[in-house]
Design a protein around this ligand. Structure first.
Ligand code: G3I
Length: 333
């Protein structure tokens, strides 16, 4: 029957997933599942500074070009992640970049990378995870090298450089921790909204918010009306919304696979039923497609040693309860 790509497209939505070049090239069954289920591909690692820039003056697009080619061959949309982040920086960064050269190095990176893929990108995560209220600043910006060297205008600078380099790409501000009815997530939502209001008011070419939506199975619940109101507030700024890294950590769920799969599916269903009610939501991207390849295996491994099961397909590419829940959410959108 229909794939997630088709269920989403029937409602004018894009479903896609993150993946890495070695996963596609080493596993034909995974590659064919990816092409069947997805309308968009986002590189999980290949478009980050560490992957692209082995030295200050050398860029290596070999691996990211292979993903761009895979997308083109299979007529998948291609999205970029991420032009500016404080993580996954190359080993030379710390000893090379300082307050004198940071602006030029940042602008050169964005111009070169967004320019290399100009016209091919559905969207770019121009800046990733810049808001961090815990750092205690009045503007709630995370204290990163970019902030330290360039001040709080670095975001505007980055978005303007990206817009100049690729006027066709949708320019996204991407962040996590905006999902739950907790003081921390509420503070994050408020701070992100304030930042986007400020950027929009000064004419910064930010066109969308990327909500990563790394969800958790277990006691934390979200509050549908609170979440719905946040999405409305974002939309009222004239911004589109993408769910950019959706997955469900099952670390704290029971060992029994059938029960765990049903609980994970329920979380996909509950979250997407709220989110897809917002007309400005244009895409849902899961952070991986198959349990065979998920960052959560390392980062959120289960204490019982069982393999994690966060994604729509199992490790053998079979559709799970989560797949059905996502399909149903598109159907009911
Ligand atoms: O490619 C190298 C490989 O050559 C080496 O042998 C291996 C062991 O050291 O490391 C490999 O690099 C790893 C890379 O993923 C590719 O698999 C890095 O160690 C590892 O740190 C990196 O983790 C990624 C992480 O971002 C940091 O870039 C995860 O796969 C990726 O899922 C995660 O994704 C982030 C988003 O970009 C932003 N939002 C949060 C999300 C989850 O943390």
């Amino acid at each position: 029957n229909a794939s997630l790509r088709e269920w989403a497209a029937a409602k004018g939505l894009i479903y896609g997933a993150a993946t890495q070049e070695y996963m596609l090239s080493s596993n034909p069954q995974f590659a064919s599942s990816f092409v069947r289920e997805c309308a968009m591909l986002v590189p999980e690692d290949e478009l980050k500074w560490k992957s692209l820039r082995p030295s200050l003056n050398r860029f290596d697009f070999t691996r990211s070009d292979r993903l761009a080619q895979f997308a083109k061959t299979h007529n998948l949309l291609f999205r970029g992640h991420t032009l500016l982040w404080h993580a996954r920086l190359p080993s030379w960064f710390k000893s090379t970049v300082n307050h004198r050269n940071a602006r030029q190095i940042m602008l050169e990176h964005i111009t070169k990378v967004a320019g290399h893929y100009a016209g091919q990108m559905h969207s770019w995560d121009v800046v990733n995870e810049a808001v961090f209220p815990e750092d205690g600043r009045s503007d709630s910006l995370r204290i990163t090298p970019w902030l330290r060297f360039l001040g709080s205008d670095y975001l505007d600078l980055a978005f303007r450089a990206a817009s100049t380099a690729d006027p066709q790409a949708l320019l996204v501000y991407n962040d996590y921790g905006m999902e739950y009815d907790t003081p921390k997530d509420e503070a994050k939502r408020t701070a992100v909204l304030k930042l986007l209001e400020r950027l929009r008011s000064q004419g910064t070419p930010v066109q969308a918010l990327g909500i990563q939506a790394h969800l958790w199975g277990g006691e934390t619940r979200f509050n549908p009306s609170q979440l719905r109101a946040f999405l409305k507030d974002i939309a009222s700024l004239g911004l589109k919304i993408l769910i950019t890294e959706l997955d469900v950590t099952d670390k704290h769920l029971p060992s029994d696979i059938h029960l765990r799969d049903r609980l994970v599916a329920g979380i996909y269903q509950d979250y997407l039923s709220v989110v897809l009610d917002e007309p400005e939501v244009i895409a849902v991207i899961t952070w991986g497609l198959s349990d065979r390849y998920t960052w959560l295996s390392q980062r959120q491994a289960r204490r019982d040693g069982e393999a994690v099961r966060p994604l729509p397909l199992d490790a053998n590419m079979r559709r799970k309860e989560a797949w059905k829940a996502i399909a149903r959410a598109f159907k009911q959108a």
